[in-house]
Design a protein around this ligand. Structure first.
Ligand SMILES: C[S@@+](CC[C@H](N)C(=O)[O-])C[C@H]1O[C@@H](n2cnc3c(N)ncnc32)[C@H](O)[C@@H]1O
Length: 215
């Protein structure tokens, strides 16, 4: 199942404080942390073709922290969340903030990504790969706890143009070596891309994420 919905207009009957309190949660507590504006500015500062990217795709919306921030930096934001309460919560949050350039998908990233990639065509995107089993307030597809390799396979199965992959939670495969992440390595990720005949222009580790720039 994969459904998609744009954020709608703001509803005036909600108090700002209610939303502020609800979403000022401690990002470090649950996972590697949501994306910061500076991280996305750093990508733009790489210059063309990366500074011209208009699309941002996120797997694993959670509460929408990275999603809403990305909406300020990119023309089109697509985000996928499998756990419906989180999908509804983040969509409602965007509506409250009157943000209209986010397309929210509810469903398995492996089912939703083909449709999103078809929209991007060869124009390139920043892909924030962050769907995985997390805490008790989140979900998964009951088949693959960490679907990041499968997600990248789907993305690479069609021409996407110069893009940036930000693969989150580097510590889980690099240092902690969590049991459901041990099959992942930086080398494997790069190899996957190169095997498709796509040039890896740059790659580096930064702040618990692995960045890969393709051409
Ligand atoms: C680490 S959190 C995402 C954090 C978010 N990207 C941020 O920066 O704030 C992982 C999310 O992925 C979701 N998830 C897990 N498996 C998924 C799948 N196969 N498809 C879509 N979402 C999935 C979980 O429900 C959880 O909300």
């Amino acid at each position: 199942m994969c459904g998609n919905f744009y954020s709608q207009t703001a509803r005036s009957d909600r108090s700002n404080n209610r939303f502020k309190d609800k979403y000022m949660h401690d990002k470090e507590k649950t996972m590697g942390g949501s994306l910061t504006e500076q991280e996305l500015v750093d990508i733009k500062n790489k210059g063309p073709p990366y500074s011209q990217i208009k699309h941002f795709v996120e797997t694993g919306t959670y509460k929408g922290d990275s999603t809403l921030m990305a909406a300020k930096q990119f023309e089109n934001v697509y985000t996928i969340e499998i756990y419906q309460p989180l999908y509804l919560e983040s969509k409602e949050r965007a509506e409250h903030e009157n943000i209209k350039n986010i397309e929210f998908y509810v469903g398995d990233s492996l089912e939703c990504l083909p449709n999103i990639c078809d929209k991007i065509k060869k124009n390139g995107a920043v892909f924030f790969i962050d769907a995985h089993i997390s805490g008790s307030d989140s979900g998964w597809n009951n088949k693959i706890r960490v679907p990041l390799l499968e997600e990248i396979d789907i993305i690479l199965s069609r021409p996407i143009g110069p893009s940036v992959f930000i693969v989150d939670d580097l510590r889980l495969w690099k240092t902690i070596k969590a049991f459901d992440w041990v099959h992942i390595t930086n080398e494997l990720l790069i190899e996957k891309i190169q095997k498709k005949g796509i040039e890896v222009f740059d790659h580096y580790e930064k702040d618990d994420r692995f960045y890969i720039y393709t051409r």
